[in-house]
Design a protein. Structure first.
Length: 154
């Protein structure tokens, strides 16, 4: 495993610690957000650092080289690359439709004064982010399944 992975993990930990320090020292309206950022940086930092030490230990180096080779083969598989591109395009188009309807919906809700604060919009955008990711994965798996079943039928 590269030293850059260790440095990235340490950088995550440093950013998380900085957010935590700022949240503990200063009393602002952003405390909850800073505590969230500190957890969001420290958690992955610990994971990246522990993976670095796990995979660089002498007993796991061969397994890591094998895993890296398999990942490289999977990543550069032309069929899967084509499906990733296609599923990304469809998820993007689906997202455009959802955003278009959302603009109209939030305009109507704003005109009727149903939405007065931004928390609903923030929650909606967070849900939309998860929706985009899941849509891309589902579409990719659909293409992969169709192609695999077509190859088996031949």
């Amino acid at each position: 495993m590269k030293k850059s992975n260790l440095l990235a993990g340490l950088l995550y930990m440093l950013c998380g610690a900085a957010c935590l320090l700022i949240a503990l020292i200063f009393d602002t309206k952003l405390d909850s957000l800073l505590f969230g950022f500190s957890g969001a940086f420290i958690g992955p930092g610990i994971v990246v650092i522990s993976k670095y030490f796990y995979w660089t230990s002498p007993t796991n180096r061969n397994k890591y080289a094998e895993r890296l080779e398999n990942e490289n083969i999977e990543l550069h598989d032309e069929r899967k690359e084509k499906f990733r591109d296609k599923s990304g395009r469809y998820a993007y188009l689906l997202g455009l439709v959802v955003i278009s309807f959302s603009i109209v919906l939030f305009s109507v809700l704003g005109s009727l004064e149903i939405i007065t604060n931004s928390k609903l919009i923030i929650l909606y955008l967070g849900g939309y982010l998860v929706f985009q990711y899941i849509a891309g994965v589902v579409i990719f798996r659909h293409f992969n399944f169709i192609n695999t079943s077509n190859q088996i039928a031949k």
